[in-house]
Design a protein around this ligand. Structure first.
Ligand code: GLC
Length: 432
């Protein structure tokens, strides 16, 4: 295991670019929002200065309205599509003047990532001093979410693009794309020059992705207009879990800091409402799992994905409900022939074990589920998720995603030497 950790550290060193990390060479050459949070957690074990810098750089790209973009284009390169010139996020009046970015966001992991830095630190006083100003930026980000993305005032925020979910190519979105008539765009893909096309989304799917961005651009990325007009508008359990977990972390940190009563009160109010609505609206009794809700078409998306189990991490389900989730996970995702945890229901006809978010195991979601299971005392299954993650990386390398089928000629897919795979492996190895 020592050897594995050393390899992981090397991956992070290689992907460090003077102030932030790229997810991997070639395929993802810029800074990604939720990647940075996970990467900072891994860095914290080996180099706290870099961990703090990773978060500082991410939050430096925050917009005036509190929004934090999903990609920050630190360099000019035409090796990625769609790049800064396609996104045109400067159309939004609050956009950063300093950095080019996309006009969409990603799961809000910054709050709990900062808290992890504090708990991992061997000099917690000093770390707290350094991250205190960042906490206020994250608070402002949560304010943005609750003020602009909770259109029914129910404590659940929406995402307007599948790329905001982090689970970009999930079969969940098929239902929504089937309601859309997207024009055919002419463009040159770059991802398929790095990775086999069979592991990446199709051209038709890319047309939908670009179409949603074009609609947002037509309205200068106005949240109100997007809420009114975007064909994609979803309450995502993974995204909302990240927000709720980050609320909890901010509360903890502000309590340690002191003199932040008003913010704590506000966070607690959001927290209560969010958890209540989450359990009421996003749980499907029949499936025994949390599900996504399509706000545009006013309908639940009744599919089980790895996102369905992530609410454990933020303590959202009751003990009884957590047991139901565990049973669903083992029955559908966890027989002896499968590594935990496939990204989509392996019993569904939409399951594709090789393709991006349509089936393979992702280490970041495994890390969330592992910590969630531990929180509820499900230590045997938690250990299994951890050991499966370690086994996959040890056997195939630091890949972006992995085939969940044990008996096939399984392998790693997507980008290699992938930062969050390395970072979260370090955290799992050092988490006792
Ligand atoms: C892919 C993933 C997304 C991630 C990005 C960079 O687009 O779907 O979640 O942030 O790669 O690693």
């Amino acid at each position: 295991m020592k050897e594995l950790q050393e390899k992981a550290v090397k991956v992070l060193e290689k992907n460090w670019k003077n102030g932030f990390s790229i997810p991997c060479e070639g395929l993802y050459p810029f800074q990604w929002n939720w990647d940075s949070g996970f990467i900072a957690i891994g860095l914290a074990h080996v180099d706290m200065e870099k961990a703090i810098q990773e978060m500082e750089t991410l939050l430096d790209a925050q917009w005036e309205n509190g929004f934090i973009p999903h990609i920050i284009f630190h360099t000019e390169t035409d090796s990625y599509f769609p790049g800064a010139d396609f996104h045109c996020s400067h159309l939004h009046p609050s956009a950063s003047k300093k950095y080019k970015s996309t006009g969409m966001t990603q799961p809000p992991v910054a709050g709990f990532a900062l808290h992890k830095l504090y708990t991992i630190s061997k000099d917690s006083k000093n770390t707290l001093l350094k991250i205190a100003p960042l906490l206020d930026k994250v608070y402002k980000n949560h304010q943005y979410f609750y003020n602009h993305r909770d259109i029914h005032n129910e404590g659940l925020v929406y995402i307007y693009h599948n790329w905001e979910s982090g689970t970009d190519n999930s079969p969940l979105w098929d239902d929504i794309f089937s309601t859309m008539q997207s024009p055919e765009f002419t463009f040159e893909r770059r991802d398929t020059t790095h990775v086999d096309a069979s592991q990446r989304p199709s051209k038709k799917e890319y047309d939908h992705y670009l179409n949603i961005i074009e609609i947002a651009k037509e309205h200068n990325y106005s949240d109100e207009k997007i809420a009114e007009l975007s064909p994609f508008l979803v309450q995502d359990p993974l995204f909302n879990t990240m927000l709720i977990k980050s609320n909890e972390s901010l509360i903890k940190m502000y309590k340690i800091l002191g003199n932040n009563e008003e913010k704590i009160q506000q966070l607690e109010t959001w927290q209560q409402k969010s958890i209540q609505s989450f359990n009421k609206k996003l749980f499907n009794e029949e499936l025994g799992a949390y599900i996504h809700y399509d706000l545009r078409n006013n309908t639940p998306l009744n599919h089980i994905s790895s996102s369905s189990f992530t609410p454990l991490y933020a303590g959202i389900p009751s003990k009884e409900r957590a047991l139901i989730l565990l049973k669903t996970m083992i029955e559908k995702f966890g027989n002896d022939h499968q590594y935990l945890c496939a990204s989509f229901d392996p019993t569904s006809e939409r399951y594709n074990p090789k393709k991006y978010w349509r089936g393979p195991v992702w280490i970041n979601v495994n890390w969330i589920i592992y910590n969630g299971l531990k929180k509820y005392g499900f230590s045997v299954v938690a250990e299994r998720v951890k050991n499966d993650s370690l086994a996959l990386v040890e056997k195939y390398g630091f890949y972006e995603y992995f085939d969940a089928r044990k008996n096939e000629e399984t392998t790693g897919y997507g980008g290699n030497n992938f930062s969050w795979t390395a970072a979260l492996l370090i955290d799992m190895l050092n988490n006792h």
